[in-house]
Design a protein around this ligand. Sequence first.
Ligand code: GUN
Ligand code: ZN
Length: 432
Amino acid sequence: MSDLRAYRAELLDFTGDPGDDEHSAHLRHHLDGVLLVENGHVVEAGPAAWLLPQLGEDVAVEHFPGRLLLPGFVDAHIHYAQTDVVASYGADLLDWLQTYTFPAERAFADADHAAEVAQFFIRELLRNGTTTALVMATVHPASVDALFAAARPFDLRLIAGKVMMDRHCPPWLQDSAASGYADSLALIERWHGQGRFHYAVTPRFAPTSSDEQLAGAGRLAALDPSLFVHSHVAESPREVEWVAELFPWARSYLDVYDRFGLLRRRALYAHCIHLDAQDRARMCESGAGMIFCPTSNLFLGSGLLDVPACAGAHLAVGTDIGGGTSFSLLSTLAAGYKVTRLAGHTLTPLRGLYLATLGGACALDLDGVIGSFAPGREADFIVLDPTATPLLARRTAHAHTLAEKLFALIVLGDDRVIERSYVMGRCVHQRD
Ligand code: GUN
Ligand code: ZN
């Protein structure tokens, strides 16, 4: 039975990276557009004047006047177990991990706690218009079960994995090379490819894994190219110095992962701030993705990513909750703009929104299924309200160009702007 539905509003999506060009051919924009959805997938997107007359009388048309439809946001790096760590005061990365993060993650040994946080977390993603996320759980295998179980009723396309860490963290939070491998393998068998779920082999970062554990992670990653790899690299200067002491044989921090077979397509590395030109070239060549987490980098004082220097590599954006300070990809892009300004560059609103949608999907190697309104894509999309706050309404009322309006949405917007979120064509969040 056909289930054709039409959503009428201003539509915006991308067919590729628009770069800094406001008039890029990679931008698809219809001031009065229609998104046609059937059985959870995009049939077509185009101008209302052209598509509406082709629809039968029986097709339901939902009209959102004054609203903007975008593909759902992709958050390429977030820790669900750090939901309650957000806004923890006054420490750099390594101290922040010891003082706040590890104790908070310890609580996930309790399955009830994990389930409660996972449910809040999934709701928070949807409130913020995030329909796909790459998520770090904790060292406890049951923390992954809790997350996927919370996501299942919404049929979210979600990627997650159990953190592997067998040293340099409190003993109550350690696995071992053998148990980390075995537990990850069991989770892969349980969750990878189940519906829209994917598994990510997740060594936390090089300092908390022994050589033996990193070798095991490399063996897991080699089992199946459709598996993801998820870790952190070159986030803070102290961390980089520590890695140089721990792995004296490595040319660089990134080289540690490379030597263990952890650089490849579908391998995603958060931060990538303190890489050199050779590392960046290796990221490009390997197909691995860099994840820009600007609210976290500012909050922890980790450094400023040189975004133009990442050209040629897959780049995505991540909130990095709870080092990051917002679940909103809009707020994350606002911080991204400020980071690029501090580094002497810029991030246009169009490129920012590309990175938060199709760019993120490309970095995750999921652009064949999500990230745009191309026919056949899964119908994950969001409805944005440019009048969500008095100041936004006032500012967007006199925006002269699309870019100006989008920039105001990024700089002034957050979860309040997300009026609705749809997953596989089903409305899963509606603002009060
Ligand atoms: N590096 C290793 N673990 C973490 C973490 O939990 N958050 C951030 N931001 N960086 C890390
Ligand atoms: Zn992180």
